[in-house]
Design a protein around this ligand. Structure first.
Ligand code: NAP
Length: 745
C-alpha cells in the first residue's frame, strides 16, 4: 500500500546536502568543460571538401557495407554502427549524412526492428537498393578447405548455407555478425576455422576466399533503404518511376483497412507491399500527439499537450500500424488525393518518403556523389596510370609524382608507416638501433643514425620524423641542418604543439613543415586505415604540390582527413587519447585477468589495457609531459573518482534514511487508522447503524492498548466498513524529502 505521508521539511537529513550540492557543482563543471568553444576545424575527404558520411549497422565488411557500396559507390565514408538504433540516431544527431538499413529479405521476411525505428525517427527514405546476398567461405591465408573443423557466422547465414555445411561435415558456431566472424578469425589467428561472410569482409580482414556463392538458395535478396534528414519528393520528375512508403493506423472498426486501401485502388495506384506491425497504446498516443503538434505548428497554433498521458486502459492491447508502399510519388495528383482521403479516415498517417525505384538516386546525394566520383576519379586515374605504367615498364621507376621519403626513427610506428609509404613512394629509413633485417623485409634501404649524412645524400623530398616524443628535440637538432634545406619535414608525434614549436624555432625558413598525427597505430590500423582519423596542420608550405602528394598517401588509404591547428589537437587529444592511455595504464596496474564469465564490456577493458600497455612508456610519458592539457585530465579523473564514491555514499544514505522514515510513517498511519476505527465503533454503539447487509465483513478490533509496534506488518487492521471507508485518511504521496529522484547508479 502506498500509504506514506509527505514528511515535514525538518526531517530532511541535512548531512546529505553537502555531497549532493557538490555533485551538482561537479556536473556543472563537467557540462562547462564540454561546452567550452574550441577552434573550428575542417574535415577533408578523399578529394572533396567534405566527405559523404553514411552509417550502416555492423562491422566493417558487413553485407550492409557491401550494399551501401553497391548503391553509393566506393568514395563515400562508410561508418559501421553497433546497432540499428545507433544507425538511425547517427543521422538524426547529424553525426553522419545518410544511413543505409535493410528492411526486408526475400527468405527471412521483414526486418521489423527497422520498421519500428522508421516510426520513431523523423527521417525520410530517399532511395532503395535490392542487394543479392552472396556468401563466401573465408579463412586465413594458406588454410585449405580440409583444414577447417568449424565454421562461424551469423545464425541466418549459417542456416542459408545449411546444405553446403552439411556436406563439409563441420561444426557450426553462431556469432553476432558475419563480418565480425571474419574479424575474430583474423584477430585470433584461428587456422581450423572459417567464416561465412561477404568477400568484402575477406578483403577487410585479410582472409582468403575458399569458396564463393555457397548459399543454398540463389534467390536471396535483401532490400535496403537509404535514409536522410531531407525529403527528396519535390525533386522527383514525372518521368522517373517513383515509389512512396507510408505508415497509417486505422480506427478499430470493421472494414477500416478495406476503406483505407480503397483510397488507392479507386485511383489505380498500385501497391507493392503491405505489412502490419503491432504497436503499444503509448506509442499510438505519442504518434497522434506528434501529428497534432506538427499540424497545429503548421497552422501557427500551439499543440494540444494532452495526449500521451491519457488512460491507455481503454485502448486495445494490440494496435496495428500498416506500412504500405505504392508505386507513385506522393506529389502525383492521384496519390495526393488518395493520401488526403486516407488522412480523413485514419487515426494516423505519415509519409516515410517518396523516392525513385530501382536504386536510382536524385537530389543532393546524386550531386555529391557525382562530384566525389569526378574528383576521386581524377585522383584514382593518376594512381591507375602509375600502376599501369609500372606494370608495363617492369620494376618501379621514379615517376614525377613519386616522392623520396626518408623516415627517421624505425621503431614500432616508423615501421608501420613505412609499410604503407612504400606502396606509393620510394622510402629509406634511419634509426639508432640496427634494423637492417626489418628494413630488408620491407624492401627499404636502412641507415644507422651515425651515418645520417649518407641517408641525406639520397636527395630526399620528405623527411618524416617518427621518433619518441621525448627524443624529438634532441634528434631534430642533431640532424645536419643543411641537409634539410628546401625539404618538407613532417612529424607524426602524438602531441602537436611541442614539435611545431621546436621545428619553427630550429628549422631554416626554406624548410616546409607539416605537423601530423595519424590517430591510429599498428593495432587499430592493421586491417587498413579506412575511416581512421589523420590530423594535420600545414604549418609552413612553399611547395604545395609536394605537400599535397604527401598528404594524398593518407587520402588514398581513405583516412578521415582532419585539418586542425596543433593547439586544438592537443586540447582534444588530452580529452580523448591521453585519458584512454591513462585509464589503460591505471587498470593495467590492477593486474586484471580474464575470467570464465567475461562480459563483452570486460573483454574490451582487457583489450584497452593490452593495447595501451603495449606502447612504450616513453610514449605515454610524452603524452603527459608534452601536452599541457594532460595534467588537467589527471586532476579531473581524481575528481570524477571522488564524485562516484560520493554518489555511492549518497545513494546508500538515501536508502537508509528512506527505510527509516517509511517505518516511522507506517507506524503513525496504522496508529491513526486504529483511532479512526475505534471512533467509528464508538459512534456506532451510541447511534446503532441501519440493519446490516446479508453478508457483512467481520470487524475485529486491534487491542485498544496496542500502540504502533515495532513489527507493523503483523498489526494490520481489518478493512473498514463502507461508512468507515469514507473517513479513512487519503493515501499520501510517496516521500520526496531527500531527493525526489534518487541518483541513478
Ligand atoms: P616511441 O617509443 O614513442 O618511439 C620509438 C622510436 O624513437 C624508435 O624509433 C627509437 O629508435 C626512437 N628514439 C627514441 N629515443 C631516441 C633517441 N634518443 N635518439 C634517436 N632515436 C630515438 O614508439 P613508437 O610507437 O615507435 O612512436 C614513434 C612516434 O610516433 C612517437 O612520437 C609517437 O608519439 C608517434 N605515434 C605513435 C603511434 C603508435 O601507435 N605507436 C601512433 C601515432 C603516432 P630506436 O628504435 O633506435 O631506439
Amino acid at each position: 500500500m502506498g500509504i506514506i505521508r509527505q514528511p515535514s521539511s525538518s526531517r530532511q537529513p541535512l548531512s546529505l546536502l553537502p555531497p549532493l550540492l557538490s555533485l551538482i557543482f561537479s556536473l556543472l563543471l563537467f557540462l562547462k568543460a564540454f561546452t567550452t568553444p574550441v577552434e573550428a576545424f575542417t574535415l577533408r575527404a578523399a578529394s572533396v571538401a567534405y566527405p559523404i558520411r553514411v552509417a550502416f549497422q555492423g562491422e566493417p565488411g558487413a553485407y550492409s557495407e557491401k550494399a551501401l557500396r553497391e548503391l553509393l559507390g566506393p568514395h563515400v565514408l562508410a561508418i559501421g554502427k553497433p546497432s540499428f538504433e545507433d544507425t538511425f540516431k547517427s543521422v538524426t544527431t547529424r553525426e553522419v549524412d545518410y544511413a543505409v538499413v535493410p528492411i526486408e529479405n526475400s527468405l527471412g521476411g521483414s526486418i521489423h526492428a527497422n520498421y519500428d525505428l522508421l516510426l520513431r525517427h523523423e527521417l525520410h527514405i530517399i532511395g532503395e537498393h535490392e542487394f543479392r546476398v552472396e556468401h563466401s567461405l573465408l579463412a586465413l591465408p594458406g588454410v585449405k578447405r580440409d583444414d577447417i573443423k568449424r565454421v562461424m557466422s551469423h545464425p541466418q547465414a549459417l542456416a542459408q548455407c545449411d546444405a553446403y555445411l552439411r556436406n563439409m561435415g563441420v561444426a557450426r558456431e553462431s556469432m553476432y555478425d558475419t563480418a565480425g566472424s571474419a574479424k575474430i578469425i583474423a584477430e585470433q589467428g584461428l587456422r581450423d576455422c572459417a567464416a561465412i561472410a561477404s568477400e568484402l569482409a575477406g578483403t577487410t580482414y585479410g582472409l582468403e576466399v575458399l569458396d564463393s556463392n555457397i548459399e543454398d538458395d540463389d534467390s536471396n535478396f535483401t532490400r535496403f533503404l537509404l535514409l536522410s534528414r531531407q525529403s527528396i519528393s519535390s525533386l522527383i520528375p514525372h518521368s522517373v518511376p517513383a515509389k512512396t512508403s507510408i505508415v497509417f493506423i486505422t480506427p478499430d472498426a470493421p472494414g477500416a483497412l478495406y476503406k483505407a486501401l480503397a483510397c488507392f485502388t479507386l485511383r489505380d495506384i498500385d501497391f507493392c507491399k503491405i505489412e502490419s506491425r503491432p504497436t503499444s497504446p503509448q506509442l499510438f498516443r505519442f504518434l497522434q500527439f506528434q501529428q497534432r503538434q506538427m499540424r497545429s505548428f503548421g497552422a501557427g497554433r500551439g499543440g494540444e499537450p494532452t495526449t500521451g498521458t491519457g488512460d491507455d486502459h481503454d485502448l486495445p492491447r494490440f494496435r496495428y500500424c500498416f506500412y504500405l508502399d505504392f508505386m507513385a510519388s506522393q506529389l502525383d495528383e492521384p496519390a495526393r488525393n488518395a493520401l488526403l482521403q486516407l488522412e480523413e479516415q485514419s487515426q494516423y498517417v505519415r509519409v516515410l518518403g517518396s523516392f525513385p525505384t530501382k536504386g536510382q538516386l536524385l537530389g543532393p546525394i546524386r550531386e555529391s556523389l557525382d562530384l566525389l566520383a569526378k574528383e576521386s576519379g581524377e585522383a584514382e586515374g593518376l594512381l591507375m596510370q602509375k600502376a599501369t605504367s609500372m606494370a608495363a615498364r617492369g620494376p618501379p621507376l621514379k615517376a614525377p609524382d613519386r616522392l623520396k621519403i626518408g623516415v627517421v626513427g624505425f621503431g614500432k610506428f616508423g615501421q608501420f608507416l613505412t609499410k604503407t609509404f612504400t606502396k606509393f613512394h620510394d622510402v629509406s629509413v634511419v634509426s639508432r638501433d640496427d634494423m637492417t633485417s626489418v628494413a630488408a623485409d620491407l624492401g627499404v634501404p636502412f641507415f644507422p643514425l651515425y651515418e645520417a649524412t649518407e641517408f641525406f645524400r639520397q636527395d630526399l623530398d620528405v623527411i618524416v620524423l617518427s621518433v619518441s616524443i621525448l627524443a624529438f628535440e634532441e634528434v631534430l637538432k642533431s640532424l645536419p641542418a643543411d641537409s634539410l634545406r628546401g625539404k618538407l619535414v613532417v612529424d607524426v608525434l602524438s602531441v602537436k604543439v611541442h614539435p611545431k614549436t621546436v621545428m619553427l624555432e630550429s628549422l631554416p625558413g626554406d624548410v616546409d613543415i607539416i605537423c601530423t598525427h595519424p590517430m591510429f597505430g599498428p593495432e587499430s590500423g592493421k586491417f587498413g586505415w579506412q575511416s581512421l582519423p589523420f590530423v594535420y596542420e600545414r604549418v609552413r608550405i612553399q611547395d604545395n604540390s609536394r605537400a599535397e602528394r604527401f598528404l594524398s598517401i593518407f587520402e588514398m588509404e581513405r583516412c578521415k582527413m582532419i585539418e586542425m591547428s596543433c593547439d586544438t589537437h592537443d586540447k582534444y587529444a588530452a580529452d580523448s587519447q591521453f585519458i584512454t592511455h591513462l585509464t589503460g595504464r591505471i587498470l593495467g596496474q590492477q593486474g586484471l585477468q580474464p575470467t570464465p564469465i567475461d562480459t563483452r564490456g570486460f573483454q574490451s577493458v582487457l583489450k584497452l589495457v593490452d593495447n595501451t600497455c603495449r606502447d612504450s612508456f616513453d610514449l605515454f610519458y610524452g603524452l603527459f609531459k608534452y601536452n599541457k592539457h594532460s595534467s588537467d585530465q589527471i586532476q579531473r579523473l581524481r575528481e570524477a573518482f571522488a564524485n562516484v564514491e560520493r554518489q555511492l555514499a549518497a545513494k546508500e544514505a538515501y536508502l537508509a534514511a528512506r527505510t527509516e522514515i517509511m517505518q516511522d510513517e507506517r507506524k503513525k498511519l496504522f496508529a491513526e487508522c486504529r483511532t479512526l476505527i475505534r471512533e467509528a465503533v464508538a459512534q456506532s454503539t451510541t447511534n446503532p447503524p441501519p440493519p446490516p447487509p446479508l453478508v457483512s465483513p467481520p470487524v475485529s478490533l486491534p487491542p485498544a492498548t496496542t500502540t504502533a509496534s515495532a513489527d507493523v506488518d503483523e498489526d494490520v487492521p481489518p478493512p473498514p466498513t463502507p461508512t468507515q471507508k469514507k473517513k479513512a485518511p487519503r493515501t499520501p504521496p510517496p516521500p520526496s524529502f531527500i531527493n525526489p529522484t534518487p541518483p541513478k547508479l
